[in-house]
Design a protein. Structure first.
Length: 325
């Protein structure tokens, strides 16, 4: 898909719709599957007036409307991907998403204590109170920008998912989220990669209070597994243009994380440091908003945890990190 449309078969097509985001990324690609059994969307964009308008206009351009969407497949549980799911569900669509992410999303929807606990977790990483207040404001804005829903089907890992009457292979790709799923259409070679591989930036890999033990390790393993599959068709991401050399982009991302690990160790030197103090130097957090600071601190912790698992970093009794000697 160099343009906005690609043929999956004689009777099926895939259309890219670009929706605006009130985030630094600015835009998200969602995909409309037009098949023999109707219409399906892969991801939804955020539930903002601009997002709703862009989705409706994009569907009208293709001769469709929200009420004609039969299924919605959510690649993972981040707000820019599920934001309009409740709206589309009310219009009659069945919503599918990864089980791991769907269960975690329900906890976030219905347990208001999670935000307080998350801020307490970041406090243990050395985040100062003034920054925690900015992060709390960002979390409140994120909560206000979504409507809770429950998926009609939770997808258990890899297997076949049928969208609009077209079978796709679901591929487990944990890292950016614990249950992230890519979708492969073998006859055309098309691979919908969500946020697993992005063409111009590296996906955020973070640890928060309820994250897996080593999400960066999970991410690198799932990148290597996708690369080993030898995909040669178009890789269609949620942000940015289509990729024709997925293997080359995976190699770049893996090298980026090797270099980032080396930089983390260099910045740590011989002194114990807090995660937030290190994040300040890695990401210049003073110029970031509350949500960006959340992601920067979480990603710094993911690197520290990976180095801890590798036996190169250890945590002290008072919660600091130091290079093992």
């Amino acid at each position: 898909m160099i343009g906005r449309e690609v043929a999956l078969s004689r009777s099926a097509r895939l259309h890219r719709l670009e929706l605006p985001l009130p985030l630094q990324l600015r835009r998200i690609n969602i995909y409309l599957v037009e098949g023999p059994d109707g219409l399906a969307l892969v991801d939804t964009g955020m539930d903002t007036p601009a997002g709703r308008d862009a989705l409706d206009r994009g569907l009208r351009r293709l001769g469709a409307r929200p009420e004609r969407i039969d299924q919605v497949f959510i690649t993972h549980f981040h707000l820019d991907h599920f934001g309009q799911a409740a709206r589309l569900q009310r219009c009659g669509a069945r919503v599918l998403m990864p089980r791991v992410d769907g269960e975690q999303l329900q906890r976030w929807f219905h347990d208001p204590e999670l935000d307080r606990e998350a801020l307490g977790f970041f406090r243990t990483l050395g985040v100062p109170n003034s920054t925690l207040e900015r992060m709390a404001g960002a979390m409140a804005q994120m909560r206000a920008a979504n409507t809770p829903f429950a998926a009609d089907r939770l997808v258990d890992g890899s297997g076949t998912v049928e969208l609009a009457g077209i079978p796709f292979e679901a591929i487990e790709t944990p890292g950016h989220s614990p249950g992230h799923l890519c979708l492969h259409h073998p006859p055309s070679g098309v691979l919908l990669v969500g946020d697993h591989v992005l063409p111009h930036i590296t996906p955020n890999i973070s640890i928060t209070r309820d994250a897996p033990v080593d999400p960066l390790g999970d991410y690198r393993r799932s990148l290597a597994e996708v690369r080993a599959r030898g995909f040669t068709g178009l890789a269609l991401p949620a942000h940015g243009p289509a990729m024709e050399r997925l293997d080359a982009r995976i190699d770049e991302i893996l090298e980026h994380h090797r270099q980032r690990e080396a930089l983390v160790l260099e910045l740590m030197g011989s002194r114990a440091t807090s995660c937030y103090s290190l994040a300040e130097r890695l990401f210049e957090t003073g110029s970031l908003d509350g949500w960006e600071t959340w992601m920067a601190t979480g990603e710094t912790l993911a690197h520290l945890r990976a180095l801890e698992v590798e036996g190169r970093v250890e945590r002290t009794d008072d919660g600091l990190f130091r290079v093992r000697t």
